[in-house]
Design a protein around this ligand. Structure first.
Ligand code: GDP
Ligand code: IMO
Ligand code: MG
Length: 425
């Protein structure tokens, strides 16, 4: 059984919480793209964990894998392992496996990302984790892979070829090129290679063998549909494919092996960084979403931009991912906001659209058309049954289902593990 879960919006939909929940009945949880730009929050017993590279299935002690399509900062991974250890969670090679081909985020990738953001030639409000530059090196075949930092001779034979190119690039961007040849940094990476060597496994092989022997696999998406490097709101996107189909190529799993595709969608909308966001609100309602939903970046702590639920983007997300199941999160945040609005159309060039335009610059010019809906005053975070929901909340959910022509079957009503209820499809 192979299940994929992706974010249906601009990231931070609450994927971490849902993956944690679904992990109880999974055998293997695997990350297939992105890197430590992701920040997935899991709250257990009053304790908040922020995961960046370790799959969110870690709290059930399940097998965890990091696939070759991930770009990994090994120092960040080691930090995460140490933080978890302090809470009594031991990540041994029995638990975690990492593919040897996983790309390594090098110090110069982070430096170049920061320089680009600073001098605005390429700045889009990235997380400054070097993600785009690490992926660029993969495409250019200039990457350092995990296996390379576990073998000193192999590392230097590759590094001496690429170092001059990287020095030139850092210089052009106005940085200090010695970051490329800094001996301390290089030896730190080789030490990290020694530490990570025992974790290396062939991820595609383990997953395909797992499927043959009846294991339940859950692939944890990072970022969200509209941050996809091809199908997202280009050029304000991340550098990997974030949609469900990407799981097949990033992990080496045949497309026909995918059984279930979960889309996680927030009851309103947020975005971190620049880029089109037709339903963004700048008034006190935006502030209310931010305050009540604690909408601050998990990785960068930046205030998230907030706005109303966008039904057109939802329709497109369903198409791009082929969702079989929808999980709605953070509906509890909407209590006491009245009236509520849902975007049901855009106006562009005096025409009414019912589907987002493919071009980001056009999307930026779209004016949302809203349907107003009654809000509710009751707190719903302690409901245990869908029937206990206020009538208006049920109506709000029904509207989302109608727009997407899809049923919502899981509803998250708080950050805690047990704050989740099911609704019949
Ligand atoms: P992810 O990147 O998709 O995993 O999402 P983040 O962890 O970056 O952001 C989601 C935030 O909302 C986290 O602080 C979660 O603890 C929190 N959260 C998740 N689901 C719910 C929910 O249903 N209600 C509320 N109020 N908070 C939630
Ligand atoms: P999770 O997995 C929200 C955004 C950045 C920026 C753009 C490119 O927690 O949902 P990058 O550093 O990837 O080159 O930045 O993508 N971004 C995210 N936004 N949630 C994330 O991850 C994100 N990861 C990247 O803010 O706009
Ligand atoms: Mg996040």
């Amino acid at each position: 059984m192979f299940t994929v879960l992706t974010g249906a919006q601009f990231g931070d939909e609450g994927k971490g919480k849902i993956v944690d929940y679904l992990s109880e009945s999974a055998d293997i949880i695997v990350r297939f793209q992105g890197g430590d730009n992701a920040g997935h929050t899991v709250v257990i017993g009053g304790k908040t964990f922020k995961l960046h590279l370790i799959p969110s299935g870690v709290f059930y002690g399940k097998r965890l894998l990091i696939g070759p399509g991930v770009v990994m900062n090994p120092a960040s991974l080691k930090d995460e392992i140490n933080i978890l250890k302090k809470s009594g969670i031991n990540i041994s090679p029995r638990i975690l496996g990492i593919d040897p081909k996983t790309s390594i985020v090098m110090p110069y990738h982070i430096e170049m990302d920061e320089l680009c953001e600073k001098n605005s030639i390429g700045g889009i409000g990235t997380t400054k984790r070097g993600i785009g530059f690490a992926y660029a090196d993969k495409i250019l075949r200039n990457e350092i892979k995990l296996i390379d930092i576990t073998d000193k001779d192999r590392f230097f034979s590759i590094y001496e070829k690429i170092a001059p190119i990287k020095e030139g690039m850092v210089k052009v961007l106005g940085g200090d090129p010695t970051i490329v040849t800094d001996k301390n940094k290089i030896s730190e990476y080789l030490n990290l290679g020694k530490f990570l060597k025992d974790f290396i496994v062939d991820v595609s092989y383990e997953l395909n063998m797992g499927l043959r022997t009846g294991k339940k696999i859950l692939a944890e998406g990072a970022q969200g549909t509209f941050l996809d490097v091809i199908h997202g709101t280009q050029r304000w996107v991340t550098s990997s494919n974030t949609i469900a189909g990407a799981v097949s190529s990033y992990l080496g799993i045949g497309p026909k092996k995918i059984d279930k595709i979960y889309g996680v969608v927030k009851a309103y909308l947020t975005r971190v960084g620049e880029g089109p966001f037709p339903t963004e609100v700048h008034d006190e309602t935006g502030e209310l979403f931010r305050r009540k939903g604690r909408e601050y970046g998990t990785t960068t702590n930046r205030p998230r931009r907030c706005g109303w639920f966008d039904g057109l983007l939802f329709k497109k997300a369903i198409d791009l991912n082929g969702y079989t199941d929808i999980v709605l999160t953070k509906i509890d945040v909407l209590s006491c906001i009245d009236p509520l609005k849902i975007c049901i159309g855009y106006e562009l060039n005096n025409k009414v659209l019912d589907y987002p335009p493919e071009d980001s610059y056009e999307l930026m010019r779209c004016k949302p058309i809203y349907e107003e809906m009654d809000g509710w005053d009751e707190e719903i975070c302690s409901c245990t049954n869908f029937n206990d929901f206020p009538k208006q909340a049920k109506e709000y959910i029904k509207k989302i289902e109608e727009i997407g022509n899809i049923k919502i079957n899981m509803i998250s009503i708080g950050e805690k593990r047990d704050q989740i209820i099911f609704k019949e499809k």
